[in-house]
Design a protein around this ligand. Structure first.
Ligand code: PEP
Length: 261
């Protein structure tokens, strides 16, 4: 039996990432939402806030930001430049000042993104000094425990092109697909087991120290009511938040709840 306990570590800061998806519909609303988040974020003591708006709002979010809110993006292409109509490259995002990029979200994987695509994006982002937030998660938490192999393979394949020297810039977002957009999140006790399992896979790939310093976040139906419990009992380093991140009052309550832990 592996002692996963040795992978439990208290990170200095909790990381809360808001994935706005295709919301809100107007730039004016996006600005209002960001202003309310910024007002709350400036009083936080131990919580880092990253907002990932749709691409078109990124320049505005960056120009209005203060250091308390970091701007990320929801996706990126796996080449830096060339004939790839409609795509946005890591170097373009870096030039704007984007520091984090979500990759491999289950909604992108559903549109055809493969582990191989994710691996190419992750490699390029790390080389360009941007932090990839790599989403992984099983479609089904089956009784036979097959989901553990699914998850392990997904992590190994998605990080297959990562050199050990870059591993400390990774962030893993564990998002069981069935818990995304659902009524309830996963039980925090199981979230804790899963985060230890992920640290063990990272340790086998990159070494114990790298695994300890890689934040593992949880995502899936997090709201202001359950966020504190997921962080404290789930013992994760942060949260990836969908719906609640575009609900101004709910998200600011969530940030306060997490920061008070
Ligand atoms: C997500 O899509 O990454 C997500 C976690 O969504 P929600 O919080 O709405 O379940």
């Amino acid at each position: 039996m592996i002692n996963y306990k040795c992978y439990t570590v208290l990170m200095k800061h909790k990381i809360i990432i808001g994935n706005w998806k295709v919301n809100p519909i107007t730039l004016a609303e996006a600005r209002r939402l960001l202003r309310s988040i910024r007002r709350t974020a400036q009083d936080l003591k131990s919580t880092k806030v990253v907002i990932c708006p749709p691409f078109v709002y990124i320049p505005s979010a960056l120009s209005a930001r203060k250091s308390e809110v970091i701007v990320g993006s929801q996706d990126v292409y796996f080449e830096n430049q060339g004939s790839f109509t409609g795509e946005i490259s890591p170097l373009m995002l870096k030039d704007l000042g984007v520091e984090y990029v979500i990759v491999g979200h289950s909604e992108r994987r559903k549109m055809g993104e493969t582990d191989e695509d994710v691996a190419k994006k992750v490699r390029l982002l790390l080389e360009d000094n941007i932090k990839p937030v790599v989403c992984v998660g099983e479609a089904e938490h089956d009784q036979a425990g097959l989901y553990l192999d699914t998850l392990k393979n997904q992590i190994k394949n998605s990080l297959a092109k990562v050199q050990k020297k870059y591993a400390r810039n990774l962030i893993i977002a564990y998002e069981p697909i069935w818990a995304i957009g659902a009524k309830e999140s996963m039980d925090p006790k199981i979230i804790h087991e899963m985060s230890l399992f992920i640290k063990k896979v990272l340790s086998d790939m990159f070494g114990h120290d790298e695994a300890l310093s890689t934040p593992v976040l949880y995502g899936g139906s997090v709201n202001f009511r359950n966020a504190g419990d997921i962080i404290s009992r789930g013992e994760v380093d942060g949260l990836l938040v969908g719906r609640e991140s575009v609900n101004g009052p709910g998200f600011t309550e969530l940030l306060k709840a997490v920061d008070s832990i």
